[in-house]
Design a protein around this ligand. Structure first.
Ligand SMILES: [Zn+2]
Ligand SMILES: [Zn+2]
Length: 253
């Protein structure tokens, strides 16, 4: 059996026993080793949707994961049973023009793990195409393997920004992806990194809990309750310590 957490509706997550999937040709059966909780998973759980992607039937969420290979489908030769792999959760068609030109991320027919209607990996087992699985080098932990998917997003974002040594960088949003982008920007030679973060709880992450203070929202008309206007966190990331941002003046950006 395959135990899985399936979302049946808003805040309605159920642990269920499902039949264990079997790998088809070119696919592998994976035992999930570690899986992250993405902001998109939280949106589906709390709101049942992200924009026009709506949960209309029970779905297993989760897409940031590493896994052990436990069975090989027909024709799979470049993976071995027992390998720990990081997994690309986007299953592209492999045949369209973007896929043929090496841009599977732009495939119009992409199926993405944990996005309706495709089941994800808040589960013990899953089946994925072998070409989506990347064996991890010795010494990688399952959690580090699971972090490679969001890290890939950060690397791609910094790549698109054409960052050069010594540039000053602004990152809008200090959630996990924003923090990873700041880390990659720092590793790429940015001289100073500034971040904005509207959520008070996140914006204060640089302080130990005892020093956290309640700061009233600025009361800008029309703002959602609990939010305040974007804050500039003047942040020079100290060596060896990521993330670190310092407080804060209330400039609008
Ligand atoms: Zn994600
Ligand atoms: Zn394609």
């Amino acid at each position: 059996m395959d135990r899985a957490a399936r979302l049946h509706g808003i805040r309605d997550l159920r642990l269920e026993n499902l039949p264990r999937p079997t790998p088809g040709p070119g696919e592998v059966l994976l035992e999930v080793a570690s899986v992250g909780v993405c902001g998109s998973d939280v949106h589906y759980y709390l709101e049942g949707r992200i924009g026009d992607q709506v949960v209309t039937a029970p779905i297993i969420m989760g897409h940031e994961f590493s896994a052990w290979v436990v069975d090989l489908g027909e024709g799979v030769e470049d993976l071995e049973i027992g390998q720990l792999v990081a997994v690309e959760p986007a299953i592209s068609c492999g045949e369209c023009e973007p896929c043929q030109h090496g841009h599977p991320n732009l495939c119009p027919d992409v199926r993405f793990c944990g996005t309706p209607p495709v089941d994800g990996v808040f589960a013990e087992y899953t089946v994925m195409p072998a070409r989506n699985c990347f064996p991890l080098p010795q010494g990688f932990s399952p959690a580090e393997g699971a972090l490679l998917e969001p890290l890939g997003i950060a690397i791609h974002a910094v790549d698109l920004a054409h960052l050069k040594l010594g540039y000053t960088v602004a990152v809008l949003g200090a959630g996990p992806i924003g923090l990873l982008i700041a880390a990659v920007a720092k590793a790429s030679g940015a001289s100073a990194i500034y971040m904005t973060e509207p959520l008070r709880s996140t914006a204060r992450w640089d302080q130990p809990p005892a020093r956290r203070r309640y700061t009233p929202a600025s009361g800008v008309p029309g703002q959602r309750r609990g939010w305040r206007r974007p804050t500039v966190l003047a942040s020079r990331l100290p060596r060896g310590r990521i993330p670190a941002a310092r407080e804060s003046s209330s400039h609008q950006v």
